[in-house]
Design a protein around this ligand. Sequence first.
Ligand code: DGL
Length: 286
Amino acid sequence: MTKGRSPLKTAPIGVFDSGVGGLSVWREIVHLLPGESMLYLADQAHVPYGARSPREVAALTHAAVAWLLDQGAKLIVIACNTASAAALTSLRQQWPDVPIVGMEPAIKPASQATKTGQVAVLATPGTLRASRFSNLVERFANGVQVYTLMGTGLVEMVERHELSGPTVERKLQKVMIPIQDVAVDYLVLGCTHFPFLRESIQKVVGENVVLVDPAPAVARQTRRVLQNRQLQSHANGPVSWRFVTTGDLPAFRTSTKRLLGDILASPEKPISFQALDKKKLHFSGA
Ligand code: DGL
């Protein structure tokens, strides 16, 4: 879809992340909107984004969105907190006619729900250092103490499909040190990779801490935007699910299948996996 052209209702929703993390958002969208075709792009040639400069992340994200639009996507979901923090504003400036749904750490619902007045946000350094994040805290924390936890190295673990076991737990224990002696009752998962570590995180922080994943809210927002723009697909025919990576295709196929499990077992949907040469993303800064 290019600027000024009206997209087809049957065109896919384009979902973007640096890697497999955005699949935690993809699955919520598919659950809510089973009649939509989906195009998922993982920029695994450049993962992790969290340690890159905001300029680099913004350039990579713009290139990815340009590619998704070129493929005909009717709506874009930036299923990555780090990319949203670095690029959401400039993306909307570059493509004012394109509906773009972004992510932000769910500080508002956590701050409204906390009983102890202490919440924590687990995210990448890129997300936590962004002005978008400090603005969120300023607007929504409302006197609640917000602890920030840098999830350095966790994205790579999920990419390697290391989701549980002693090494993962040891790593998580280290990350949680700043809150080990405080009564945090809500922990915001501020990176789309982290819902895949949910069980291990819960084990480390204990059962009394509620983990907040914004993915279902992002799926509802996607539905709202489609409805408002009258872009919802009413197709009864088969929808397609396409998964594309700039990284290693066999590894991506394997981890996508493991992370999505039964959802991909649905026999009637055309599902395809494809590699994309990272040079096709027209990014010259890495
Ligand atoms: N899933 C991305 C996020 O939500 C991970 C960023 C990264 O690649 O470090 O922030």
